[in-house]
Design a protein around this ligand. Structure first.
Ligand SMILES: O=P(O)(O)OC[C@H]1O[C@H](OP(=O)(O)OP(=O)(O)O)[C@H](O)[C@@H]1O
Ligand SMILES: Nc1nc2[nH]cnc2c(=O)[nH]1
Length: 175
């Protein structure tokens, strides 16, 4: 069996959309500092592009969570592997995700981070697969809604590979 990747969203389109999202976020946050929480590892590329395009004061922190499962499916159990370096008390926080699938990860993060008393808490994702939703979660900024296909690239992996692709592609298995 061989794997191939079919382009779903070309590089130029991804970068253009991230710029638009950053403009909207900049307008919403105004003069205040915003703390981006990059959810490792998938959202590293997206977080960097977003941060570079947000006008104004940006802080970055990183968190790693896991939802146990095989290489293409997440399970219901979310666990923190690496927590934030700094407290969120009184900060304007934006959680940055690469993809929402079942919604379990973001739903867990929302509850967990709310309890740390940020001044504001917003959620942002590059990709959304609405057809896969199990837990309802309201996201403030969505890059693209995509069909229920397994995607890689721009941070997203299959068995830790393909994260470095500069576009979003659908992973296909061929006989
Ligand atoms: O909506 P959900 O069903 O919870 O799925 C979304 C989560 O799954 C992916 O992370 P993954 O566990 O693959 O880790 P990674 O970012 O390190 O690749 C993705 O980055 C989200 O965090
Ligand atoms: N790489 C990758 N991870 C995911 N996690 C949930 N959905 C996906 C997907 O389509 N691709």
């Amino acid at each position: 069996m061989t794997e191939s990747v079919r382009v779903l969203i070309p590089e130029e389109e991804v970068n253009k959309r991230i710029k638009e999202m950053a403009e909207k976020i900049s307008a919403d946050i105004g003069d205040e500092t915003i703390t981006l929480i990059c959810i490792l590892k998938g959202s590293v590329f997206f977080s960097c592009e977003l941060a570079k395009n947000i006008k104004g004061s940006v802080m970055l922190d990183f968190m790693s969570v896991t939802s146990y499962g095989d290489d293409t499916k997440s399970s219901g159990v979310v666990k923190i592997i690496k927590d934030l370096d700094d407290p969120l008390e009184g900060k304007n926080v934006l959680v940055v995700e690469d993809i929402i699938d079942s919604g379990r990860t973001l739903s867990y993060l929302l509850k967990n981070l709310k309890a740390r008393n940020p001044k504001s808490l917003r959620l942002c994702t590059l990709l959304d697969k609405p057809d896969r939703r199990v837990v309802d979660v309201s996201v403030d900024y969505v890059g693209f809604e995509i069909p229920d296909e397994f995607v890689v690239g721009f941070g997203l992996d299959y068995a830790q590979r393909y994260r470095n692709l500069p576009y979003i592609g659908v992973l296909e298995f061929n006989e």
